[in-house]
Design a protein around this ligand. Sequence first.
Ligand code: MRU
Length: 365
Amino acid sequence: MNIDGRPTRTITPAPDGEGVLVIDQTRLPFAVETRLLRSEQDAAVAIRTMIVRGAPLIGVTAAYGLALAMREDSSDPNLDGAVRRLTATRPTAVNLAWALARVSANLRGLEPRLRAGAAFAEAGRIAEEDVASCRAIGEHGARLIADAAKAKAGPVNVLTHCNAGWLATVDWGTALAPIYVAHDAGVPVHVWVDETRPRNQGAALTAFELNAHGVPHTVVADNAGGHLMQHGRVDLCIVGSDRTTATGDVCNKIGTYLKALAARDNGVPFYAALPFSTIDWTLEDGVAGIPIEERDAREVTHLTGRTADGGFATVEVVSPGSPVANPAFDVTPARLVTGLVTERGVAPATPEGLLGLYPERRRAA
Ligand code: MRU
C-alpha cells in the first residue's frame, strides 16, 4: 500500500544486506519511522515490544529473525535455540510457529554454511506468499461487500476490530483487504473502526491506514458496536484472526467475541478473514486449546499519546493500586462466525467448510 504516495511494505530486506527494515508501529500514527533489524535479538525485541505486530507480520519477522540468527551462528544448537527463542516472543498467533517450522525444516538437511542464504530466501518466499494470499482474500471478501451494496442505498457499513490491515501483514491486510479492493472498485464503503483498547490498534493503525488510502471511516469506542448494530448502522463485520482452529473457532484481539455476540443478536453477518498460515489444524476447541497472551498491566493502567506541543506523554488512568488483568485475545466460537474469508474463497466456519477449501488437509487427516 502507500504512505504519502510511496509504495510501502511493512517489512523488506535492507538493500545493502545489513538486515531487515520494518516500520516501527509503536510510532504510528504520528510518525512513520523505519527500524533496521540486524540480529535475531533485534527481531525478537521487535516482535515482543510490538514494533511489528499482527499475526502474518510476526510470522514473516520471525522467519527473517531465524535467517539473521543463521548469519550469526549457523550451527545445529543455534538453529534449535533460535527457533525456541523466537517462538517464545508471542504465544497466540500461530503464524509465528508456522513460519519458524517452515524455515527450520528447510535448513536442517543443509550444511551450516548454506543455512543463512537459504533462510533469507525462504523468509522472502513466505513474505511474497503472504502478499498474494492477502490480495486474494481481498478479492473474495470484496464480493461480500459488493453484494451488500446491491441490497441497499448508500455505503456499506463494515465494522472491524483491532488492526488487520496491511500493517498487520506484509501488504494488503486480511480484514481490510476486502475493504481496499471494494473501495478501489468504486463500491461505496464506510468502516466503523473499534478503537481497540488497551493498545488502540484500531484508533492508531486501522484509522491511519484507512486515512492514507482515502477510505471513509469513523473511529468508535470499543463498546459502541452493539448500539450501532441495534440501530441498523452495521451491514457486516469483518475481523482478522490470530489463530483459527480446524473447526472454525476464531481467536482474535480481545473484544472480538463480544462483537460477534452482538452481531448474532442483531442478524449482522460476521466474517473472519485469514490466510492459510493462521489455521491451526491440530486444534478443535479454540476456547480450551488456544494460549491467550497475558500482557503487561501497564497497557491498561496507562495511556500514551501526543501532546499539544507535538511531544508524547504517558498518563495514568486507573485507580493506583487496583489489580489489573490484560488478556490480549479471545476466541469467538465457530457457531457465531458466518464465514471464513481465505485466499481460496469464503467457507462456512465448520470442519467441512475448511476442508472444502483445503482438500489436501483431508488426505493428511
Ligand atoms: O496484538 P496484535 O496487535 O498483534 O493483534 C493483532 C490482531 O489481533 C489482528 O486483528 C490479527 O493479527 C489479525 S491478522 C491480520
